[in-house]
Design a protein around this ligand. Structure first.
Ligand SMILES: Cc1cc2nc3c(=O)[nH]c(=O)nc-3n(C[C@H](O)[C@H](O)[C@H](O)COP(=O)(O)OP(=O)(O)OC[C@H]3O[C@@H](n4cnc5c(N)ncnc54)[C@H](O)[C@@H]3O)c2cc1C
Length: 401
């Protein structure tokens, strides 16, 4: 009886968000000989097409193609995605404006807006068709312990799981990061993001709109409801007091304020779904790996949503860790040794840090009240807008090309 409660795996993944689910699917497909456990605490109630998920992500082409490699892009795009063709970014405090168009870089689009729950559902459906993954959900982990060769997890129901490597994809507030004492650098922005879906008077023109205000950026991302393009996903970052005030408004007053704040780029805002307020913190683990444990996605790094890059960086981690572990499998190396895991860290840390630093600089630039900075900011945006080679380089970076 005791033995039935003990299970040995090659890899244990904790967290079936977009990152953990994509990692598990990709690793399992690339290495059918591996036995993998995927553990998730929350029961999913499934994706529903009647309403938009308030949590969406703007995916780069690289991320889209990773989902294709996971075998789920077809299913996602059949249900609902919204390709965006243009971006319009402007400064609320002046005349600076920059516009990007996919035609400038000879691409069919700049990226896709997807609903998080649709991505997760599609990945989990696919995973459950794979013979080498055991999906344990809903399950809570009671204890974690580590020996020289193994990590062992004791579940709340008494089961015991061991593997040579534990992958933490348990999100921004990662328990595993804390349990294994990963040092992190983190700071509170003093900002919260209000997220919801709104209906607009005019078509969203398949454009991602972003207006920078001293109190934070406001983004309206284009959604597509069976060809009806009057819907946008809102991500409105605000100082926490202001976010609280906006959350307390009734829908009519909120829509009116949002219309003014967005300078009516999509006309009046005619309706809003339920609003959610998410506190924003930037966080970066000093190391992503210790012997036998590795951090992936938001458990390793969280970034301000103005970048629209969080899960794109997470999917970059996924590709790198799948490559690292697959190479170790092929060579017969220990999957959880520091020697193996350090290759992943060396590949990912510079890229993630560079993106986080760029976004921090961008955020500071736009909240600056200093007149000289405001002038430079306005001139800079408009000059870059006129200078095609630089602008095209930026578009390619945004697209992850
Ligand atoms: C407002 C907003 C807008 C954003 N927009 C974009 C965007 O446009 N583009 C973009 O690329 N990114 C965007 N992001 C970032 C993106 O949402 C995150 O980077 C991404 O969701 C992180 O995925 P993850 O799988 O790493 O973590 P999570 O989504 O947090 O998943 C973690 C999973 O682990 C589970 N879990 C946690 N603890 C345990 C445990 N102890 N045991 C078992 N399971 C556990 C949780 O239930 C959850 O399912 C945005 C973020 C915000 C806040």
């Amino acid at each position: 009886m005791a033995d039935q409660k003990k299970c040995q795996y090659d890899v244990i993944v904790v967290g079936a968000g977009m990152v953990g689910a994509a990692f598990t699917g990709l690793l399992a497909r690339a290495n059918p000989q591996l036995k993998i456990a995927l553990i998730e605490a929350q029961q999913s109630y499934g994706y529903k097409t009647e309403v938009f998920d308030p949590r969406v992500a703007a995916l780069t082409e690289k991320s889209r193609s990773l989902l294709e490699c996971c075998g789920v892009w077809g299913q996602i795009s059949e249900k609902r995605v919204s390709a965006y063709m243009a971006m319009d970014v402007w400064d609320a405090e002046g005349t600076g404006r920059i516009q990007f168009d996919c035609q400038d870089v000879h691409q069919a689009n700049l990226g896709h807006i997807v609903e998080n729950s649709l991505v997760i559902d599609s990945l989990l459906n696919k995973i459950q068709t794979l013979g080498n993954v055991e999906f344990l959900c809903p399950v809570t982990v009671a204890t974690y312990s580590r020996s020289e060769q193994q990590v062992t997890l004791e579940l709340a129901d008494g089961r015991e799981l061991s593997a040579p490597v534990l992958v933490a994809a348990d999100g921004a507030n990662s328990t595993i990061r804390q349990q294994f004492g990963f040092p992190t650098r983190e700071w509170d922005y003093g900002h919260s993001a209000i997220v919801t879906t709104v209906q607009a008077e005019y078509s969203n023109q398949q454009t991602a709109w972003q207006r920078f205000m001293p109190t934070g950026p406001l983004a309206l991302l284009p959604l597509n409801k069976a060809g009806d393009r009057h819907y946008c996903s809102l991500v409105w970052s605000q100082e926490s007091d202001e976010a609280e005030r906006l959350m307390a408004l009734d829908d009519v007053a909120f829509c009116r304020e949002l219309g003014f704040a967005s300078e009516h780029c999509v006309g009046q805002i005619v309706a809003t779904d339920k609003r959610f307020s998410i506190p924003l913190r930037q966080r970066h683990a000093t190391d992503y790996v210790v012997e036998r444990v590795v951090l992936l996605g938001d458990s390793a790094h969280t970034i301000h949503p103005l970048a629209g890059q969080g899960v794109n960086l997470g999917f970059g981690d996924v590709a790198a860790l799948v490559d690292t572990l697959s190479a170790a499998v092929e060579r017969g190396n220990d999957l959880g040794s520091l020697l193996t895991l350090n290759k992943y860290q060396r590949q990912r840390k510079p890229e993630n840090l560079a993106m986080m630093a760029a976004m921090e600089g961008f955020k500071r630039l736009f909240v600056a009240d200093n007149l000289a900075i405001r002038l430079l900011r306005n001139m800079g945006l408009s000059q870059v807008d006129k200078f095609k080679p630089v602008k095209n380089e930026i578009i390619k970076q945004v697209m992850g090309l």
